[in-house]
Design a protein around this ligand. Structure first.
Ligand code: F6P
Length: 358
């Protein structure tokens, strides 16, 4: 793309730490090429409802703390589009893009957003490039998404704190973490925090074997334990627990920690159990150095791709570097789950953690 082009940038899906560092990188790299950048507010809503946007320049991010903070400067939208209204929203999207005179759009989102927004773009002349972000780290092809490192760090700090209070009171403390259908966040932080048990949606488990592990801990002379559970695991009888529903009627998971606590308590009396549900603090907090550096590399690469005339691509981190893959490949793959045979699980088992029935 030559000088004088206009691009839009938006954040879509659940927020996470590092989004503002991505926005800054896109704005800086594009502005230095002489392009105009419009920040679109509240995900695609800023294009599909009443137009809501602002022009972003290097100054917007150079003398404010925003790039060092969690949240999204632009606002975001999680699961706000019903599939049955996709056609209708697509039309409004095309009108919004035309009104703003955008040549290209950088979408900072997870697997769902890549799917939905790339569908919207198909009906327009707009060139889209995606940048993966999610605390779930389940966006296909990329090894890391922006926000995951910070969320792992938040969960690990929580495990460290729980370990100390568990020690004081001789308890088995349960930490319920996010991740929806993928166990990356749970397993990564359980490894870092040296938890005794980690349960993820990808691996079935038996409560009796959790108790067996707690008995081993007790027999070893330690009278406290930490159990990490991913919100997306099912009960032993195969049910997903949930508290609420999102805007498109999907269950928002929650409650599995309490279920396990009650089950463990009723079968084994040596440890009292208590539950901490970490919730949305995992989505915020000061972004780690890794997330900020990744955000900057992704933002710069996205602008380079557009400058080279490449679009319908998503930037990725793979084999130690930043690369790009066709968005269609990302959409085709769906969600990347934790590999039960992979190195994280292997290391957990070899160091004595109960991870379920492999
Ligand atoms: O996809 C990110 C995520 O934080 C999941 O881990 C979690 O299940 C979901 O979003 C929560 O969504 P909401 O913020 O809409 O409750």
């Amino acid at each position: 793309m030559e000088k004088g082009k206009k691009i839009g940038v938006l954040t879509s899906g659940g927020d996470c730490s590092g989004l503002n560092a991505v926005i800054r990188a896109v704005v800086n790299a594009a502005s230095l090429k002489g392009w105009t950048v419009y920040g679109i507010h509240n995900g695609t809503d800023g294009l599909t409802d009443d137009l809501s946007y602002e022009e972003l320049t290097i100054q917007n991010f150079s003398d404010t703390p925003w790039p060092r903070l969690g949240g999204s400067y632009l606002g975001s939208l999680n699961k706000g589009i019903k599939m049955e209204s996709l056609e209708e929203v697509s039309k409004r999207f095309a009108i919004g893009v035309k009104k703003l005179g955008l040549d290209a759009l950088v979408v900072i989102g997870g697997d769902g957003s890549m799917n939905i927004v790339s569908n919207f773009c198909r009906g327009t002349d707009i060139k889209m490039v995606g940048i993966p972000k999610t605390i779930d780290n389940d966006t296909p092809v990329t090894e890391f998404s922006v926000g995951f490192s910070t969320a792992v760090s938040v969960c690990t700090k929580a495990i460290d704190s729980l370990d100390l209070t568990a020690r004081s009171h001789h308890r088995a403390l349960i930490l319920e973490v996010m991740g929806r259908d993928a166990g990356h966040l749970a397993m990564h932080s359980a490894l870092a925090g040296q938890a005794d048990v980690c349960l993820v949606p990808e691996i079935p488990y038996k409560i009796d074997n959790i108790i067996k592990k707690l008995k081993e801990v007790k027999a070893s002379g330690r009278s406290h334990a930490v159990i990490v559970v991913s919100e997306g695991i099912k009960t032993e009888t195969g049910e997903h627990l949930s508290g609420a529903k999102n805007l498109i009627g999907e269950k928002v998971y929650g409650g599995i920690g309490q279920y396990l606590s009650a089950e463990i308590n009723s079968r084994y009396k040596e440890f009292q159990t208590r539950v901490t549900t970490l919730g949305h603090v995992q989505r915020s907090g000061t972004p780690t150095a890794f997330d900020r550096a990744l955000a900057t590399m992704f933002g710069a690469k996205a602008v380079d791709l557009l400058a080279e005339g490449q679009h319908n691509q998503m930037v990725i981190w793979k084999d130690g570097g930043v690369k790009a893959v066709p968005l269609d490949d990302v959409v085709k793959e769906g969600t990347t789950l934790l590999d039960p045979q992979g190195d994280y699980v292997k290391a957990a088992v070899k160091t004595g953690m109960y991870v379920g029935e492999l």
